[in-house]
Design a protein around this ligand. Structure first.
Ligand code: BGC
Length: 268
């Protein structure tokens, strides 16, 4: 068996109970990481995820918190430190959509998406950075002082009608990630994003659950398959491991080529 890439490290994964977050949790645990599975409302899903993670012989716990709430985020990090000693990896994954035609979009829909998707990433990253600096290096597990992976989207660069709040939040994540990376690289805090394309998860089920919908979606994907959560999990393990130690401040698109403007293949 190949060496475990994240052995002895702890990852805090927001929204780790389903979809992409769960896919990342499974791959990180398979690579030896202990995991805090943050969830918002689905306790049962979080508990089931933790059971699956324990099969990899790592420690795993659930923790309920709203990532958009400063106090809840601070308490969650305190719990992670109490239970695991420290954290080495933050996966800023929690996110949601509240889709609406622009003229009908309510302020609540706007605020909710910005609060969870963007402010939530800020609040969690700030706590992670504070902990990395406070505890100092752990050369026995990683060359970096700590790693942050922001889960963005192809929609940090592809505009998305009917989803202005969501696309704005993801564009914001891009500049949040890059600004943090520029400022904190000197401390050896390594920060990157993953930009998933269409991955089969509950968030976009209507886009792939019928054969007709899936056929339509595939027109946007040059590599001609819809992504799986393990595609993102594999990328996240690499970005969290020392194998990518010189990779800093990038968005790694894992999208089957969705960002290649496939409409131009036969037009323009
Ligand atoms: C969205 C999905 C969408 C995908 C590709 C993701 O960020 O959450 O709903 O299918 O981007 O458009």
């Amino acid at each position: 068996m190949s060496e475990l890439k994240l052995k002895g490290q702890t990852a805090l994964i927001t929204g780790g109970d389903s979809g992409i977050g769960k896919g990342i949790a499974l791959k990180m645990a398979a690579n030896g990481a202990n995991i805090l599975v943050n969830y918002h409302s689905n306790k049962k899903a979080a508990e089931e995820t933790v059971e699956e993670l324990k099969a990899f012989d790592v420690s795993a716990i659930t923790y309920q918190a709203n990532v958009g709430d400063e106090m809840q985020v601070q308490q969650m990090f305190q719990e992670a430190i109490n239970r695991f000693g420290t954290i080495d990896i933050l996966v800023n994954n929690a996110g949601l959509q509240q889709d609406s035609a622009f003229k009908d979009m309510t302020l609540d829909q706007w605020n909710k998406v910005i609060n969870i998707n963007l402010t939530g990433q800020f609040l969690c990253a700030r706590e992670a950075v504070r902990e990395f600096i406070k505890r100092g290096p752990r050369p026995e597990v990683s060359k970096a002082l700590g790693k942050i992976i922001c889960i963005s989207s192809v929609h940090e660069v592809i505009p998305w009608g009917g989803h202005a709040n969501y696309a704005a939040s993801k564009g914001g994540i891009m500049m949040l990630m890059k600004s943090m990376a520029q400022e904190l690289g000197g401390l050896k805090i390594r920060i990157n994003s993953i930009g998933p394309g269409a991955i089969k998860t509950p968030i976009n089920h209507q886009a792939w659950e019928t054969p007709a919908a899936a056929q339509n979606l595939l027109k946007l994907i040059p590599y001609d398959r819809i992504g799986e959560t393990e595609d993102i999990g594999n990328a996240a393990v690499w970005l969290a491991s020392d194998e990518s130690d010189y990779v800093h401040g990038i968005t790694l698109f894992v999208d089957g080529g969705m960002t290649l403007y496939p409409g131009f293949a036969s037009n323009g």
